[in-house]
Design a protein around this ligand. Structure first.
Ligand code: FPP
Length: 248
């Protein structure tokens, strides 16, 4: 058992009623983690999957309601073809291998992004995993794949435009609540906390609409090293924040 899996129960210095309901993560630093060990970058992604699995279990163990992970951005297609292919194969393999456990652990999995451009075999695995876990009532686990916040907003605008064109919607009926229904994340609460690993102070086109009031926590730790102790530290920092949502 690695050190990261030891903190089974909610640490006593965290107040259960002040935990974030929904945590989002930008899993950065896989490549650097591998390269600093003289390994190919892909080994960092492989280790990153283990980190994500343990974080999901930890969120469930500690009573959080939702976790969203940025697995592949719309811009990640610009990486070397070999790495892109490796990631697509990895997503598919992990889904196939872990689905039974995901179902058994009552996780409801959902993929968001432009899924129609993903390899057909991955799309099939995604569809199957979402169908199999739809009745689950436990933690909501969302994986952003081929996701871009700007693209999501444009996609929503087009869908709304089509509804107007068909006479099913009037422009004056558009408001924030209606707009949200056209986002990939419809029905999922907004993240209370965004965690980004490996030090970069950017949102990188992730959940632009949804994170309007999210607290942001950046750690220098590289994603493959982000364990339960690091998560505990992030939650302690979150509980010290005063969330005002624009009020005083
Ligand atoms: C960023 O690190 C990481 C990614 C683009 C991929 C993250 C994907 C996983 C951890 C796999 C998740 C799997 C499933 C099934 C959801 P980087 O490569 O940009 O690292 P660097 O900044 O050090 O180069």
């Amino acid at each position: 058992m690695n050190q990261g899996t030891c903190l089974q129960d909610l640490p006593v210095d965290l107040e259960p009623e002040r935990l974030p309901h929904h945590v989002a993560v930008i899993m950065d630093g896989n490549g650097r983690w591998a390269q600093s060990r003289g390994l190919p970058r892909i080994m960092g992604h492989r280790k990153g999957v283990e980190t994500l699995k343990d974080l999901l279990r930890c969120c469930r163990d500690w009573g959080l309601e939702a976790l969203t992970a940025y697995a592949f951005s719309s811009e990640n297609w610009g990486r070397p073809l070999e790495e892109v292919n490796f990631l697509m194969t990895l997503f598919e393999k992990v889904l196939r291998q872990e689905l039974q456990e995901i179902v058994a652990e009552d996780v409801q999995i959902r993929f968001v992004g432009n899924l129609s451009s993903l390899p057909v075999s991955l799309q099939a695995e995604i569809k199957h995993s979402m169908e199999m876990t739809r009745p689950n009532q436990g933690i909501k686990f969302t994986v952003a794949t081929n996701y871009g916040g700007r693209q999501e907003i444009v996609h929503a605008c087009k869908a709304i435009g089509t509804q107007i064109q068909k006479g099913l919607l009037k422009p004056e009926e558009i408001n924030e609540g209606l707009f949200e229904k056209y986002l990939y994340t419809a029905g999922i609460s907004h993240p209370d906390l965004l965690i980004r690993t490996s030090g970069e102070m950017r949102i990188s086109n992730f959940l632009l609409w949804q994170m309007a009031y999210s607290e942001i926590y950046v750690t220098q730790t590289l994603w493959p090293d982000f364990n339960r102790y690091e998560f505990h530290r992030a939650l302690c920092a979150y509980q010290k924040r005063e969330r005002r949502f624009g009020k005083i």
